[in-house]
Design a protein around this ligand. Structure first.
Ligand code: F6P
Length: 458
């Protein structure tokens, strides 16, 4: 019997790596979208269609290791070249950059024969997903398609299976019409028509929803319905993890490192939209402007690697290390390092740090939502202040209680950090409570329920 509920996303809930003996072993946390959806769907009985992204994933699939409690996992297994072109060239190096407005336009993008081949690979990958969903979904099932990797799936499914109720949800920002015009018109048209064939298209904020509708209007595409539903972290799951031995011992190690100093924290993947560089330059400006803070405050940057096959990400990662080093060379003393950059992927340590920050700096250039901005207030126990980019989707919900950051304004960011550090205890407590109550207003299940409702209403 086919499933009543099918989720489709490029990255699935489990990922594997190969150990030194060539055995497939579970890899670290997925982060991003898959990490957020996993606790939500665990035990739900849904079928999750995802891609075997690496040789290790393919091996694990063949060996029957891709199984998860109360979930049926179906793995799409494209050939590695097709996958690399679809994921690296189209999804990550093109669509992701379009939606984040991050192209270095004098150089990129370049729509040449190489891109045309990659676009065919993207179409092929979307077709493989549509076919796997077709096989997995029961009559009249609801299908929740996630993100920019799978924009063509709703239209492909509508052609094969008109009985299905398909929703497409975008976790990134959405390009406005001017930014989308960078794409070849045929490509932009296929993307918009592909998504618009869904019963409904969902976004984290009205801003991204309006941009999608404006792009559709610009290209004469008529979406059936769109809706806004911000995702929210699972507070019970976070509280449980905060109690774990792993998190406690990570917390003790952090206390040793900080030695009672105040902490400006950031927790990000190393990706160009996260704006780590301007965060470090803002720390430099802060220390220049405020000699009284030297020696007494640390910027802890927990930043873990992402999309290491893209040259833009590798170059950005190198620059992040270089700028942190430069700021430290300017200000460090024998017993104080102003920026502690730690690039190990350690979920326990990230959570322990979120429990302890004085200031949480979330300054992306553009971000679909930013879950860290919501996780922080839920677990923080020190009335920490959130300094939040107005370009993050989460700003729409948190702006009353966070301090607003213009992510491009380094001096302005330094001023916001100073204001946060100087804030009187009463105001800190009021803001922290305000953030907690806004975040706690929604449960992760609300996001899922909104998609299910949109599937029916559409
Ligand atoms: O950080 C959010 C995000 O960009 C999602 O929109 C997307 O699905 C996810 O990251 C993809 O990350 P990865 O390429 O590591 O699977």
């Amino acid at each position: 019997m086919g499933a009543d509920l099918v989720i489709a996303s490029n990255r699935g809930p489990l990922s594997f790596s190969l150990d030194s003996n060539g055995r497939a072993v579970p890899a670290g946390s997925a982060g991003g979208l898959a990490g957020a959806l996993h606790p939500l769907l665990e035990g739900s009985g849904a079928t999750w269609v995802a891609c075997a992204m690496s040789e290790a994933d393919r091996k694990a699939t063949t060996e029957g290791l891709m199984t998860e409690r109360g979930l049926r996992l179906v793995m799409v297994q494209p050939d590695p070249d097709t996958y690399r072109m679809a994921y690296d060239v189209v999804s990550n190096a093109t669509l992701w950059f379009v939606h984040h407005s991050l192209f270095d336009l004098p150089r990129r993008p370049r729509f040449d024969r190489h891109f045309a081949t990659a676009w065919e690979a993207y179409r092929e990958l979307n077709r493989s997903f549509a076919s796997a969903i077709d096989d997995a979904a029961g009559d009249g099932a609801t299908v929740l398609v996630q993100d920019y990797h799978l924009c063509l799936v709703p239209e492909m499914l509508a052609e094969r299976r008109p009985d299905l109720r398909t929703v497409h949800f975008t976790h990134t920002p959405f390009a406005d019409p001017t930014a989308l015009r960078v794409l070849p018109s045929a490509v932009a048209g296929q993307i918009l028509r592909g998504m618009a064939a869904a019963a409904a298209c969902g976004f984290h904020t009205t801003r991204w929803e309006s941009a999608f509708r404006a792009c559709c209007a610009d290209m004469g595409v008529e979406p059936r319905r769109s809706f806004v539903s911000p995702l929210t972290p699972d507070s019970d799951h976070l509280a449980e993890r905060a109690e774990s031995a792993e998190c406690r011992s990570a917390g003790e190690r952090l206390d040793d490192v900080l030695q009672g100093r105040r902490m400006i924290l950031r927790v990000d993947r190393i990706e160009p939209a996260k704006n780590l560089l301007r965060g470090f330059w803002a720390m430099d400006e802060l220390l220049r402007a405020r000699p009284d803070l030297r020696g007494g405050v640390v910027m802890l940057a927990l930043a873990y690697a992402s999309r290491q096959t893209l040259p833009e990400y590798l170059a950005y990662g190198a620059e992040v290390e270089q700028v942190a080093r430069r700021v430290n060379d300017t200000w460090a003393t024998d017993d104080w390092t102003p920026i502690i950059l730690d690039v190990a992927d350690d979920a326990g340590r990230s959570l322990a740090a979120l429990m302890r920050y004085d200031v949480l700096l979330v300054n992306p250039l553009r971000d679909g939502l930013n879950l860290v901005a919501k996780e922080g207030p839920l677990v923080n126990t020190t009335d920490g202040v959130v300094a939040l980019s107005r370009e993050a989707g989460a700003f729409a919900e948190l702006h009353d209680h966070a301090l607003e950051v213009n992510p491009f304004d380094v001096a302005g960011t330094a001023d916001v950090l100073a204001r946060a550090l100087d804030m009187a205890p009463g105001e800190r407590a009021r803001r922290a409570e305000g953030l907690r109550s806004v975040v706690a207003r929604r449960k992760p299940g609300d996001w899922l329920a909104d998609q299910l409702a949109a599937a029916v209403a559409g």
